[in-house]
Write a protein that binds this ligand. Structure first.
Ligand code: AGP
Length: 604
């Protein structure tokens, strides 16, 4: 979820670019940079960490008169957060900034390196500027070279490129990552990854569509669509409030983050799936040497993704797996041995309890892996191996897309290990990979479904409590649904294994006890159904979530008919996230910053 800005005009460009990047800070980043081209040539600055570091580095610089400039805040996906990996990336006489992932970057990089091109970063982005210059060398016009480069790259991208070959132009392209082009009354042009970067600078904008590309100079904007047809310029006016711009039209960051799950899951998958293989560049060949079992340690929602993973690891990788609450693990003098792979899961990478258990494992000589959403966090810096979830910054305290991407990474990791341990053959892995590729489409929020959940939520605003129940991986999903509801509605809720209800909890069954029953068709449906019937027979109020109609439920939320329980898992995940959010909204709570909670619990 990097941030991109661009400017062409006669105002002080450095200030415009850095102010624009500041408005994009909400997208999260670990480094930033700008490149400004004037007659005298390029001036470029990059810095790790916050924008203040970039400002310090460029204090003595400011433009006078006409200039073109681009800027970027980087959220590391390929390559650690370092200055070398920070954007803009340079060629011999050009700079580029990019948001997205170039899927075929390795192939392009090899091709360019065999042509003698030297790369200085570990990023996928750097291939863009070298490929552009490669075509420029063949005496192509700059725009032709830009188009040739675009025809070679695959993946998601929003690109701004400037070059001394055309000092008064900015080249742009958009496919899969957001890019907005703005113009002010002095005919100056601006680019931004979201409205927030443009509000207050220009009044009229064009929201570029996928496949749009072109270039602009002080006078003209040449915009082409995916069919290479020159586009008529149709401007719309910008929203005025920055905060609503950061929420990109959603009511809450949590809502925005639920809606962007399908996008970020696509990012999580990019570069990690071939037709028959899971690819983790982050893991080396001796990752599993000497490993006989796995221990997960995490908290809260991250504990729920770990519990989900335990089912997948034992089912697919046939490896003994245990799951620990970090806050318990750290005080119970656990037995630790070096044949255990110790895996911590954390959105923030800073949770005190989880971090402490990672230190314990390191001190005891265990091999450690962190599944994390924040590169350069404490856990990432400490663990032997890191796999990034690539969810982008998660601002809602109630975790949603971080959970979704953690489960996707863990599912892939279970298959990766299954392949290494030969507990699944290539055909079985290929089948699972096909299903994995369907997950993004299963997490697209269906407006009708959202509206149905909104209407239905009015019935669940009281009562003496909720049970969320499920079996197998739907038990940790039930725990997660219950946590979401508790966190943002302040109503009491418990997640329970469906089969456990008869061992006590069913004593609570009455019309005021609301049970959210997860009834997947592809996992123990009949068993779960009879558990729910036991509750319904005792007059509990049942809301069933299932692809199969369930006539004994008071409410029924239908999900689509699929052939794999994990696709049902992700569809039901979206339902329980929306249900908790809609109930919380009806209760008038602060969905994004619920009482008593912090986004990252860095204290014990
Ligand atoms: C989840 O919605 C909560 N915000 C909380 O349980 C969170 O998952 C927990 O504090 C762990 O945080 P981490 O993933 O950043 O380690």
């Amino acid at each position: 979820m990097c941030g991109i800005v661009g400017y062409i005009g006669r105002q002080p460009a450095k200030k415009i670019l850095i102010d624009g990047l500041r408005e994009l800070e909400y997208r999260g980043y670990d480094s930033a940079g700008i490149a400004i081209l004037q007659d005298s040539g390029f001036s470029t600055f990059k810095a790790l960490g916050k924008l203040i570091n970039l400002e310090k580095k460029s204090t003595s610089f400011e433009t006078k008169g006409f200039s073109v400039g681009i800027g970027h805040t980087r959220w590391a996906t390929h390559g650690k957060p370092t200055e070398l990996n920070a954007h803009p990336h340079m060629g011999e006489n050009s700079y580029v900034v990019h948001n997205g992932i170039i899927e075929n970057y390795q192939e392009l990089k090899n091709e360019l390196q065999s042509d003698g091109v030297t790369f200085i970063s570990q990023t996928d982005t750097e291939v863009i500027v070298h490929l552009f210059e490669h075509y420029l060398k063949n005496a192509l016009e700059a725009f032709d070279a830009f188009k040739m480069m675009l025809s070679r790259i695959e993946g998601a991208f929003a690109i701004l490129l400037v070059t001394t070959t055309k000092k008064n132009q900015i080249f742009f392209a958009k496919s899969g990552s957001p890019m907005i082009l703005g113009i002010n009354s002095e005919d100056e042009k601006f680019f931004g990854s979201s409205d927030a970067a443009l509000i207050g600078k220009c009044e009229n904008v064009i929201y570029l569509e996928d496949g749009d590309y072109g270039y602009l100079d002080e006078k003209d904007i040449l915009l082409y669509n995916k069919d290479d047809k020159r586009q008529h310029l149709t401007f719309t006016s910008l929203p005025t409030s920055k905060l609503s711009a950061q929420k990109e039209g959603f009511r809450f960051f949590m809502e925005k983050e639920i809606y962007e799950q399908h996008d970020v899951i696509s990012d999580t998958l990019i570069g990690r799936l071939s037709d028959e293989k899971i690819i983790f560049d982050e893991l080396d060949d001796n990752f599993l040497d000497g490993i006989n079992d796995i221990t997960f340690s995490s908290c809260g929602t991250s504990y729920h993704s770990a519990l989900t993973a335990s089912y997948l690891f034992e089912r697919y990788a046939k490896i003994k797996t245990s799951v620990e609450f970090a806050s318990e693990f750290r005080y119970r003098s656990p037995l630790l041995n070096s044949s255990t792979l110790f895996v911590v899961i954390s959105q923030s990478g800073e949770t005190a309890d989880t971090l402490e258990t990672l230190k314990m494992a390191k001190d005891a000589g265990l091999k450690t892996l962190v599944i994390c959403n924040v590169d350069n966090s404490s856990m990432v810096r400490l663990a032997d191996y890191t796999i990034l979830a690539r969810a982008g910054i998660e601002k809602g305290v109630a975790s949603t897309k971080a959970f979704a991407t953690q489960v996707v990474v863990l599912w892939m990791l279970s298959l990766y290990i299954a392949s290494k341990r030969k507990s699944l053959d290539t055909k079985e892995i290929a089948k699972e990979i096909k299903i994995l590729r369907e997950v993004p489409s299963k997490t697209i929020v269906n407006d009708e479904l959202h509206e149905r959940i909104h209407r239905l939520s009015k019935r669940y605003l009281h009562g003496h409590g909720f049970f969320f129940i499920g079996r197998d991986v739907f038990f940790p999903l039930a725990l997660e649904g219950a946590l979401k509801l508790k966190e943002i509605s302040y109503l009491h809720a418990e997640g329970y294994p469906s089969g456990e209800m008869k061992h006590g909890p069913i004593a609570l069954a009455d019309p005021e006890l609301f049970t959210i029953a997860l009834l997947p068709k592809n996992m123990l449906y009949d068993k779960s159904k009879s558990n729910v019937e036991e509750l319904s027979a005792r007059d509990a109020t049942i809301c069933a979530i299932s692809p199969v109609n369930f006539d004994k439920a008071d409410d029924f939320i239908q999900i689509s008919n699929t052939q794999h329980y994990m696709l049902e898992f992700f569809e039901m995940m979206v339902v329980v996230q929306l249900l908790s959010m809609e109930i919380s909204i009806r209760l008038g709570n602060d969905v994004d910053m619920p009482r008593n909670l912090a986004k990252s619990v860095t204290v014990e």
